[in-house]
Design a binder for this molecule. Structure first.
Ligand code: 2AM
Length: 223
């Protein structure tokens, strides 16, 4: 008789507790509401709308369907490379269903995505797959990504613009971090939550004055 393989999930990650999800959504929506009223943002509005004078309601612009989470391993039900190996790691099994606290240190906004940067602790890094930062990264960006600390891609997707897949958030974050490292930061604006910087082509980065923490559960998701 043939033994049936245990099924692999769509992805593994830290999932925000429902009440935390609400709190983070409110706080980050408030930021979006302020952002689209800033003069600095309006100057670059065409990078979002394709037209200079048109206004944009960022709250409507970004949509998110999945529960808020920080993906550790995208498994695609076993089709993704290394999915099975990841699911079998002792640390994955031992951490499964356990609570953990995530620390959000920055927010990013681009014409494609809205996301929260997550700073992983040393313990959390044990659940971060080797090489996850550079998966699907374009050859042009690869050298910069390799020079960033491991875990730089860790994030929570807060929303995507129409037709954009959430995998884009991590790629946008890496691009922003690479530009920062090259000293390519433009306009800076002091906001209540922290310092907002512009990084060309509609990319914005808000470094939070105080990290936002969120209680999560390490688990998996399947549709
Ligand atoms: P995200 O982590 O940026 O939000 C289901 O699509 C989840 O897996 C989403 O959370 C998504 O992006 C993430 N995901 C999809 N494809 C991925 C990939 N190739 N690499 C890493 N994460 C991916």
């Amino acid at each position: 008789t043939q033994q049936k393989e245990p099924e692999l999930p769509f992805f593994f990650g830290w999932f925000l507790l429902p009440e935390e999800e609400e709190r983070i959504k409110c706080a980050t929506m408030d930021f979006l509401k302020t952002l689209d009223t800033l003069e600095a943002f309006k100057e670059h509005i065409s990078e979002f709308t394709g037209e200079a004078e048109k206004e944009v309601d960022l709250e409507q612009y970004f949509q998110n369907a999945l529960p808020l989470h920080c993906t550790t391993k995208f498994c695609d039900y076993g089709k993704a490379e290394g999915a099975k190996e990841y699911a079998e790691l002792l640390v994955v099994k031992e951490s499964f269903s356990k609570s953990d606290e995530l620390s959000v240190t920055a927010l990013i906004v681009t014409p494609r995505t809205f996301g929260a940067r997550v700073e992983l602790t040393e313990t959390q890094m044990k659940l971060w797959p080797e090489g996850a930062d550079k998966e699907g990264v374009s050859p042009a960006l690869l050298p910069s990504v390799e020079s960033l600390p491991a875990g730089s891609r860790a994030h929570v997707t807060l929303g995507c613009s129409a037709g954009v897949e959430s995998v884009q958030t991590g790629l946008d974050l890496l691009e922003i971090l690479a530009l920062q490292k090259e000293g390519k930061e433009g306009t800076q604006v002091e906001m209540e939550l922290g310092t907002l910087s512009y990084l060309s082509e509609g990319r914005w980065f808000l470094a939070l004055r105080e990290p936002i923490t969120a209680d999560t559960t390490f688990s998996s998701f399947s549709d």
